[in-house]
Design a protein around this ligand. Structure first.
Ligand code: ATP
Ligand code: MG
Length: 437
């Protein structure tokens, strides 16, 4: 900032970092706005690494030792197009004009040393009251860029703030416009919402104001859906939200919990005693989850892990360590750890007394990992070459035999010794029953 000022330009910290600092939180990044044009910013830092990351919008990134710094030329947005993008971006020397285009009052403050905080829209007051309020007319601001509707709930979750009533009403009225926003922009905000501290409240508000179903139409039938189950204290949507909130803040786990019962209304049946049943709901929910994750452009491998967690979320509690090791050999220890976290949160959200069982399973998994129990072919004390030397013919039979040996050591880890496994291989070879001991 001193460098820019010394070259005759204004320079202010702006947006999230000012808000977080005033809240006593550590900002995750520091954004600077300046009256210098992008080329002038680059010229002000000769010999330094300045990347033209968003030059059309006036943003360059100065690569600093403490991390990258985004420096953006002060701008005012022109008319908006398709409820998504400003049609034109005009640079302006006015800090106030730049702050006026920002979404919420608490995000529309700037700071510079010797000048203090610039706060033309009452951001500090709203911050103190914990209120989210649009800068200017909320209907107009949401109509300009519908993503701001979702950002309202994202900040409600992250900051534990409440939307001010008119802002909330405008969000509800214009929620359907979110259907026109790209999947990438939606998922980026949804991810932050899901990882926020106040996620239960934010999801309830989003569901009750038509915002959640605008971004996930598959969610609509879940809202208020009574499960007719004695051990479920919540309708489907509230159960999903409580499960998300009960889970550790990891994206794939929280996404899986948001979606784990989403197919329930589709398969719901009532028995003659008035009890509810949802046959195959895990598989149907996993299908819905796959569709939703693709539509919102989630990376393929993340989507795969999430749908796997959804489809497996009703697996039985492993009865003992050997059963747990079998599951680890099938899925990998990382995925089993995630699955335990999902099951635990799922139970906490319906009947908290059941969660402890999964704590015991988590402890067992830790023990398996700490002991380094063999769970993959690579962990075996013998390899294909050893079997060839025993006289086993090459080809697929080697793989089958290694598979049989793995089954043995998954059941009995102490058997994972070269001597023992060679003897066992010999026995398999003699009985001609590789792959089916
Ligand atoms: P975080 O700490 O999560 O990064 P942030 O407030 O910095 O929070 P960003 O999405 O990084 O959020 O946006 C930076 C700033 O840019 C916001 O504080 C806000 O002033 C402005 N902003 C971002 N997106 C919009 C938008 N769609 N409409 C208006 N202003 C926006
Ligand atoms: Mg930011």
């Amino acid at each position: 900032m001193e460098t820019l000022q010394a070259s005759g330009y204004s320079a202010h910290l702006v947006g999230g970092c000012v808000r977080d600092s005033l809240m006593g939180r550590r900002p995750c990044d520091w954004d600077i706005c300046t009256s210098a044009l992008p080329q002038q910013v680059m010229d002000a830092f000769p010999g330094r690494k300045v990347l033209p990351t968003g030059i059309r919008h006036g943003t360059v990134t100065l690569v600093e030792e403490g991390g990258p710094l985004e420096i953006t030329t002060l701008r005012r947005d022109g008319d908006y197009l398709n409820h998504r993008h400003p049609r034109t971006v005009e640079f302006t020397p006015s800090l106030e004009e730049d702050l006026a285009r920002r979404d919420f009052t608490v995000n529309a403050m700037a700071y510079a040393p010797y000048e203090g905080v610039t706060d033309p829209f009452g951001g500090r007051e709203d911050l103190k009251a914990g209120v989210l309020r649009c800068v200017g007319n909320s209907l107009q601001r949401f109509d300009e860029d519908a993503l701001r509707i979702l950002r309202l709930f994202r900040f409600a979750s992250q900051l534990s703030f409440e939307p001010e009533p008119q802002t909330l009403a405008a969000a509800a009225q214009l929620a359907p416009l979110l259907q026109e926003v790209s999947g990438e922009r939606i998922s980026a905000e949804l991810n932050k919402l899901l990882l926020g501290e106040n996620v239960f409240r934010a999801l309830c508000l989003a569901a009750d104001h038509g915002v959640l179903e605008a971004i996930i139409p598959e969610m609509a039938p879940c809202i208020g859906f009574d499960q007719h189950k004695t051990h479920h204290i919540h309708p489907v949507d509230r159960h999903l939200f409580a499960a998300v909130a009960a889970a550790p803040p990891r994206l794939e786990i929280r996404l899986a919990l948001l979606l784990h019962d989403i197919g329930k209304p589709r398969v719901f049946q009532l028995d003659e005693k008035g009890g509810g049943h949802c046959p195959d709901h895990a598989a149907v929910s996993a299908d819905y989850a796959g569709v939703m994750l693709r539509r919102l452009r989630y990376p393929k491998n993340l989507a795969g892990r999430v749908t796997q967690l959804v489809s497996r979320h009703i697996v039985k509690l492993p009865a003992d360590k050997a059963a747990l090791r079998r599951l680890c050999a099938q899925m990998g220890t990382g995925a089993v750890g995630d699955l335990i976290a999902v099951r635990r949160a799922d139970n906490l959200a319906k009947a908290p007394s059941r969660a402890f069982k999964w704590d015991a399973v988590a402890t067992m998994l830790d023990e398996i990992i700490a002991a380094g129990d063999p769970l993959r072919i690579e962990d075996l004390a013998v390899g294909g070459q050893d079997l060839l030397e025993l006289g086993v013919p090459g080809g697929p039979i080697i793989g089958e035999m290694l598979g049989s040996l793995l089954e043995l050591v998954v059941e009995h880890p102490e058997a994972n010794r070269r001597e023992t496994l060679l003897q066992e291989a010999q026995r398999l070879q003699n009985s001609g029953a590789a792959g089916n001991p």
